[in-house]
Design a protein around this ligand. Structure first.
Ligand SMILES: NC(=O)c1ccc[n+]([C@@H]2O[C@H](COP(=O)([O-])OP(=O)(O)OC[C@H]3O[C@@H](n4cnc5c(N)ncnc54)[C@H](OP(=O)(O)O)[C@@H]3O)[C@@H](O)[C@H]2O)c1
Length: 327
C-alpha cells in the first residue's frame, strides 16, 4: 500500500475542506462526536446532526434518504457500538453487526449523496495484540488480534478497507483515523462499562466522599497506556480533514504513555483522595504496553495541547457538574 500525504496546494481550486462546509457528524452525542461537533462549529462550519431516536444509522435505506436530503459536503463517522472488555465479550454479535451496518449505511450513503469528504473513526484495537511498540499504521493485518474484542476490531478493519475501496474504485477523498484511549467531558462514568480513566476518577471521588481508607485496583499497575483529551482528538480530526488525503489510516495519539500506577496517582491527587492505593495482582493486567506511533500525524503539523493532569482536572470538574448535589 502506498501512502499519499498531500496538503492542498496553493494553486488548487479545491481545498480538501472548504471554509463554512456543511458537515454531518454521526454520533454527535458521544464522547468523540460531541467534541468534533463543538470544534467544527467553533471553526465556522455548519454542523448537521440527527439523534439515534430520529435516525438509526444501522438502517441503510433511511440513512441514505437522510444524507440525500441534507447533501453534506463532509461526514465525520463517530457513531459506533462501543464498550469495554466485558461488553465486547458478552455481545460480540452486536459489536460486529451494529458496527458493520453503521459503516455500510453511512459510507455508502454519503457516497451516493455526493459527499466529497469523509473521516471514519476506528480504534487502536484494530492492531495485532503483539504489534511492535509504538504501533505504526503499517502493523495493520500483520498478526493476531486481541481475542476479547476481535468482533469489534474486525468490523473496524472492514471499515478501513471500505474507505480504501471507495478511494480506489471511485476516487473518493475518504480517510480513516485510529485514535488512542480518549477521555474528557462526555465520557462514560458507569463503573460497569466505563474505560479506565473515568472509572479511576469515580472510584477515588467516591472513596474520598465515603472516607474509605483504601482503593483497590485491578492488576499490578505496571502496564503502560496512552491517553488523549478528546478536544485534542477533535483538533487532530480537523487537521486530517484539512490536510490528509491518503489510503492508509492515521494514528491519533499524544506519542507518550505512562503506567496505570502513575495514572492512578495523578487521578488520586486531582480528586484530593488521601487514602492508600492497593493493587490486586491476582487480576489480569492486559497487554504490557499500548502506544501509537504518531509520526504520520505529527508530519501534518498536529501537536496535542492539553497536558494529562489538566485534562483529568477538567474532566473531573465536568463530571462533578453532572452529579446530583451531595454525590
Ligand atoms: N472513547 C475512546 O476512548 C475511543 C478510543 C479510540 C477510538 N474511539 C472511537 O471513536 C468512535 C466513537 O466512540 P465514543 O467513545 O465517542 O463512543 P460513544 O460515546 O459511545 O458514542 C457513540 C455514539 O454513536 C451513536 N450510535 C451508536 N449506535 C448508533 C445507531 N445505531 N444509530 C445512531 N447512532 C448510534 C451513539 O448514540 P447514542 O448517544 O444515542 O447512544 C453515540 O452518540 C468509535 O468508533 C470508537 O471506536 C473511541
Amino acid at each position: 500500500m502506498t501512502t499519499e500525504l498531500h496538503a492542498p496546494s496553493r494553486e488548487s481550486a479545491r481545498p480538501l475542506l472548504r471554509p463554512g462546509s456543511r458537515i454531518f457528524v454521526a454520533g454527535h452525542r458521544g464522547l468523540v462526536g460531541s467534541a468534533v461537533a463543538r470544534r467544527l462549529a467553533d471553526d465556522g462550519h455548519e454542523v448537521l446532526t440527527r439523534g439515534r431516536d430520529l435516525l438509526d444509522l444501522r438502517d441503510a435505506a433511511r440513512t441514505g434518504t437522510y444524507l440525500k436530503e441534507v447533501r453534506p459536503d463532509a461526514v465525520v463517522l463517530a457513531a459506533a457500538k462501543v464498550g469495554g472488555i466485558m461488553a465486547n465479550s458478552t455481545y460480540p454479535v452486536q459489536f460486529l453487526e451494529d458496527n458493520l451496518r453503521i459503516q455500510l449505511s453511512v459510507i455508502a450513503g454519503a457516497h451516493a449523496a455526493g459527499t466529497e469528504r469523509l473521516l471514519f473513526l476506528g480504534s487502536s484495537c484494530i492492531y495485532p495484540r503483539l504489534a511492535p511498540q509504538p504501533i505504526r499504521e503499517d502493523a495493520l493485518l500483520t498478526g493476531e488480534l486481541e481475542p476479547t474484542n476481535e468482533a469489534y476490531a474486525l468490523a473496524k478493519i472492514a471499515g478501513i478497507v471500505q474507505i480504501q475501496s471507495y478511494r480506489r474504485q471511485y476516487g473518493a477523498s475518504y480517510i480513516s483515523a485510529m485514535p488512542t484511549n480518549l477521555y474528557g467531558p462526555g465520557d462514560n462514568f458507569d463503573l460497569e462499562t466505563s474505560h479506565v480513566l473515568p472509572a479511576l476518577i469515580r472510584r477515588f471521588h467516591e472513596a474520598r466522599r465515603d472516607g474509605a481508607p483504601e482503593v483497590t485496583l485491578w492488576g499490578s499497575g505496571s502496564p503502560r497506556r496512552e491517553f488523549l483529551h478528546v478536544d485534542d482528538l477533535a483538533a487532530a480530526c480537523v487537521t486530517l480533514l484539512e490536510a490528509y488525503d491518503g489510503d492508509e489510516p492515521v494514528n491519533i495519539g499524544c506519542g507518550d504513555d505512562l503506567t496505570i500506577r502513575e495514572l492512578a496517582e495523578t487521578v488520586r491527587e486531582v480528586t484530593g483522595y488521601q487514602g492508600q492505593i492497593g493493587w490486586d495482582a491476582s487480576k489480569p493486567d492486559g497487554t504490557p504496553r499500548k502506544l501509537l506511533d504518531v509520526t504520520r500525524l505529527s508530519s501534518l503539523g498536529f501537536t496535542p495541547k492539553i497536558p494529562l493532569r489538566d485534562g483529568i482536572a477538567r474532566t473531573y470538574a465536568w463530571w462533578l457538574g453532572q452529579l446530583p448535589a451531595g454525590q
